[in-house]
Design a protein around this ligand. Structure first.
Ligand code: FAD
Length: 495
């Protein structure tokens, strides 16, 4: 089975997350575009476009070395084949499928640390919390990135105190050049025509704007996007990592999650390139460390937690018993159906680009969903389908654990819930909003401020004993209008 003949003749089936050269060892390749993948649930048009464009661009690049099929279901091409090998794919269902097929399975790639590395790291801390900070430090030590021997460069592991500023007062944008984005070609035009036809035939339900493609689909484009980030936004990444301005959709973010998740960039190389900017004296340590932490810390950690927490984790955890359905504004990305400016702007940006930055995801869309008690599994599907970088492995820790606290505290020790005061300090949305972040009762009551108190009120039995929520619960108990707020938010129909 492992003899030279089979090695010579084996064909490597690669998936949409494996489109870069790090997944290519020079042999024959198989790519299958299965239309059913795009028709399972409503999907953002920009996401469907990005994936199809990326697959077809890879086919064009590989030329004679690739066997390419466009079918309804994968099985039509791969069932019964005995010549296939795969690099372990990124979801439970895909892993099951390739094993059932009997394909030769190679270890996964596309992350800084392997699953065996993580298992060893986690195994060395029996009974302890698996903290991002500890994991991140171990990856710094293992890779030597931003290290001087055993000590972190600059004497500290973490420069958060220098980062995470409020947006500059009075500014409309950060004043950085517009991010680079690709020029569409004939492949994109064909994808657009196909999507139009599939939609007209009722085969797919596409949501969101049919805008020009903004994210990389080839390794060359991904490297252009990385160069652009390093050249024009890296230095401001740290200070404004958590800030939001209405007029600046990208802020100083890298916009690299999609090319990373498509496999077009090697995360270790990305981190090394960014660290080299500090070494060369071109970028401040606080920004460089903040970014490196996202790539070699958060991204790998979230990936490993997906496997560590288990397949059932997203469907079986609903600690806060949240069962409300997602509203039409979410499902149809209809920003006009929403009056709260922060929420409306975040949905509008998502509609336009299929992307939102971390704070819009966590502290606006996620925070809102947590406060309103949306079903976490449905929300997780929504994040997967509506974001160009959405993939199941990202959802477990980010949506179920961190954002919705649906696991009762396995991933994060407290829910990411915040009221209008936080949003008013970290964004410029409140100035243009018909609600007032300081008001919690009545027509002008900010649905985030009132929603924050109503959330604490509703979940008191489950959350009041959480040490990190002691202060908020003490404040809730002092609120003279607590019952009236809870009642107001139970029946709120305008937000
Ligand atoms: P930057 O802010 O420039 O960060 C650099 C890179 O770090 C990102 O490209 C990403 O690869 C990595 N990264 C940073 N934080 C995380 C994290 N928490 N988890 C995983 N990777 C991280 N990321 C996705 O890749 N796909 C998703 O579908 C996704 N959904 C999210 C949903 C919620 C509710 C939350 C709270 C976070 C989600 N994230 C997701 C993580 C993060 O918000 C995005 O990676 C980031 O906003 C993408 O924009 P960027 O490339 O400009 O990131």
């Amino acid at each position: 089975r492992h003899g030279w003949l089979t090695t010579m003749t084996r064909t490597r089936w690669i998936f949409a997350g494996q489109l870069g050269s790090q997944f290519d060892d020079g042999g024959r390749m198989l790519l299958v575009e299965a239309r059913s993948v795009f028709g399972r649930r409503p999907m953002h048009r920009a996401k469907a476009h990005l994936i199809l464009s990326a697959l077809r661009h890879r086919v064009a690049e590989l030329g004679d070395r690739v066997e390419f099929h466009q079918v309804d279901h994968y099985g039509e091409v791969v069932n019964g084949r005995t010549d296939l090998e795969v690099i372990d794919p990124t979801s439970y269902s895909a892993r099951r499928f390739v094993r059932k097929l009997g394909a030769e399975v190679l270890p996964s790639r596309g992350f800084v640390t392997s699953e065996a590395d993580f298992a060893r790291w986690a195994g060395a801390r029996p009974g302890k919390r698996l903290l991002l900070e500890d994991f991140y430090r171990s990856v710094r030590q293992r890779t030597g990135i931003l290290m001087q021997g055993d000590t972190p460069v600059g004497g500290k592991w973490n420069f958060d105190a220098k980062n995470r500023h409020a947006p500059p007062k009075g500014a409309v944008t950060l004043g950085l050049p517009d991010p680079w984005w690709p020029t569409e070609d004939h492949i994109d035009a064909e994808v657009r025509e196909d999507l139009d036809r599939w939609q007209a035939d009722g085969l797919v339900q596409l949501v969101g704007a049919d805008a020009p493609r903004r994210f990389a689909v080839t390794e060359a484009e991904a490297n252009r996007a990385l160069d652009d980030f390093i050249g024009s936004r890296l230095n401001d990444f740290g200070p404004f990592e958590d800030a939001t301005l209405t007029g600046d959709w990208s802020m100083a973010h890298s916009l690299l999650s999609a090319p990373l998740n498509l496999g077009l960039l090697n995360p270790l190389e990305v981190a090394e390139r960014v660290a080299a900017e500090y070494d060369a004296g071109r970028a401040p340590l606080a920004s460089v460390e903040g970014f490196v932490r996202q790539i070699i810390g958060w991204r790998d950690y979230v990936w490993h937690l997906y496997w560590h927490l288990g397949e059932q984790y997203p469907r079986t955890n609903n600690y806060l018993q949240a069962t409300n359905p997602l509203p039409r504004a979410f499902l149809e990305l209809d920003s006009a159906a929403v009056e709260a400016n922060c929420l409306s702007q975040s949905i509008e940006g998502l509609n336009a680009r299929g992307w939102a930055h971390h704070i819009q995801r966590l502290m606006i869309l996620g925070n809102w969903s947590l406060q309103r008690g949306y079903d976490p599994a449905a929300l997780s599907d929504w994040f997967t389908d509506m974001f160009i970088d959405g993939t199941p492995w990202v959802m477990a820790a980010n949506v179920i654990g961190m954002s919705q606290h649906a696991d009762g505290g396995i991933v994060a020790t407290k829910p990411y819930v915040a009221g209008g005061a936080y949003l008013n300090s970290m964004t410029d949305y409140c100035g243009g909003c018909r609600f007032n972040p300081k008001v919690r009762l009545g027509d002008d009551a900010c649905p985030f401020t009132a929603g924050y108190w109503a959330f604490l009120d509703r979940n008191e039995r489950l959350l009041a004993s959480n040490f990190r929520l002691k202060m908020p619960y003490a404040s809730l108990r002092r609120l003279p209008d607590r019952d009236a707020i809870a009642m107001q938010e139970r029946v709120r129909d305008r937000f």
